[in-house]
Structures are given as C-alpha cells and as structure tokens.
Design a protein around this ligand. Structure first.
Ligand code: FMN
Length: 199
C-alpha cells in the first residue's frame, strides 16, 4: 500500500467515470486481489470467498452481456440512462466479481448446527470485508472503483461465460479503472448520533 490506512479510508469513494489507461500491470492487479482474498477474515476461517478478476477484453464482455440482459427488461424509452451507466463501467479496465462458495457455507451449517442461521450472514459479512479491502487498495493505487449489483440477473451468463461452479453465489461486481471524474461531495450524519462511548 502506498498511502497510510487512515487516508486510504477517506479516499475510498464510488467512482463511476472510468478509463482504460494502465496504472498497474495485470500481474500486479492479480497480486493485489490474491493478497486481499488470502488475508480477509472469514467466520471459523472458512475462506468461503471466491473471486473472478476480469481484465481488458474479458471485462468489456461482462458489461456488454449486462447491457444485453438489461435491454431485454428495461423499457426502451427508459434505457438510455442505464446504457450510459453501463458504458461508463465498460469504459474501465477491469471488474472484480465477488462470490461466496455455498458448499462451504452449507458444510459449516451441518457441522455446527447451533450456528446454522449465522453462517449465511457471516458469509456476507466476510465478503463485505473482502470487498472493502479490494476497493480501498485499488483506490490507494490510483484507481477509481464502485460497487454494483446486477446479480441475480447476470448470474447464468457469468456462470456460462467463465465456467463458474454452480455453488459459487455471485454477490457483487466492482468495476475499476483510471478515474476520469471526482465523486461528488458526500454528506455525513453527526457521529454523536451514531456512536456511543462509555468510559
Ligand atoms: C453493501 C453496499 C451496496 C452498494 N450497492 C451499490 C450499487 O448497487 N450501486 C452503486 O452504484 N453503489 C452501491 N454502493 C455504493 C454506495 O452507494 C456508496 O458507497 C455510498 O453512497 C457512499 O458513497 P462513497 O462510496 O463515495 O463513499 C453500495 C455500497 C454498499 C456498502
């Protein structure tokens, strides 16, 4: 990481306008994702996170497929804002797709029946931590990224196109690229209403 964590937490924002200009090599990007997947925490150290990293043309394909799928369901007279948004994601260099392996979640439920209702929740929480690590790290390296949810609409197409096992449940998509515009100013609720401290 080339920025301290405190500043990186501030800098992580949703960037929607993305370019294809190279910042890291594909190998460095793969290393960044491997690092996050390896060290992100998971309940019972179950390591249920699964990731698909799409770069270059493979990334373009994802957003073309997504556009084709949405064109079928969004009314034609309302499609143009959707199309513009999807084209902006496609304008980026890569997308990280986050999955959770349901085989692992199910096996934990069987092994520890006392916690069976918790494992699906913990699986989502764990994925959120991984997503945050990747998002923050990408931004700290000079990328812009955002978090998208075109699942479950795109699940079947993604499974077929990249040979994804049936038990990998798609949770989110994170398109990233060279940031072309800064995010709008963000507002914050008063922290006094959100945090209680006793000492
Ligand atoms: C669990 C979760 C789901 C989100 N889903 C989407 C989404 O589907 N599309 C989107 O554009 N942004 C999504 N976001 C991004 C939020 O809208 C964004 O983080 C929030 O407005 C704060 O802005 P910032 O990311 O610039 O700090 C999601 C964020 C979280 C944490």
């Amino acid at each position: 990481m080339n920025k301290d964590l405190y500043q990186a937490i501030i800098d992580r924002r949703s960037f929607y306008e993305l370019g294809k200009e190279k910042i890291l090599s594909d190998e460095e990007l793969a290393k960044l994702v491997r690092h996050a997947v390896k060290y992100a925490p998971s309940a019972f150290n179950s390591q249920s996170a699964r990731v698909l990293l799409l770069l270059g043309n493979e990334h373009d394909k994802l957003w073309t497929y997504t556009k084709d799928i949405l064109r079928e369901i969004v009314p034609a007279d309302r499609f143009s804002p959707t199309e513009a948004k999807l084209d902006a994601f496609r304008g980026g260099y890569g997308t990280v797709l986050y999955f959770e392996d349901q085989t692992i979640v199910k096996s934990l439920q069987e092994k520890f029946p006392l916690y069976q209702e918790n494992f699906p929740v913990w699986s989502l929480q764990s994925s959120g931590m991984l997503q945050y690590i990747v998002w923050t790290t990408l931004v700290s390296e000079g990328y812009g990224a955002s978090l998208q949810h075109y699942n479950p609409l795109i699940d079947e197409k993604v499974k077929k196109a990249w040979n994804i096992p049936d038990d990998w449940k798609l949770l989110s998509q994170m398109p990233f690229g060279k940031p072309l515009a800064n995010p709008d100013q963000k507002t914050f609720l008063p922290l006094e209403d959100r945090i209680k401290i006793f000492k």
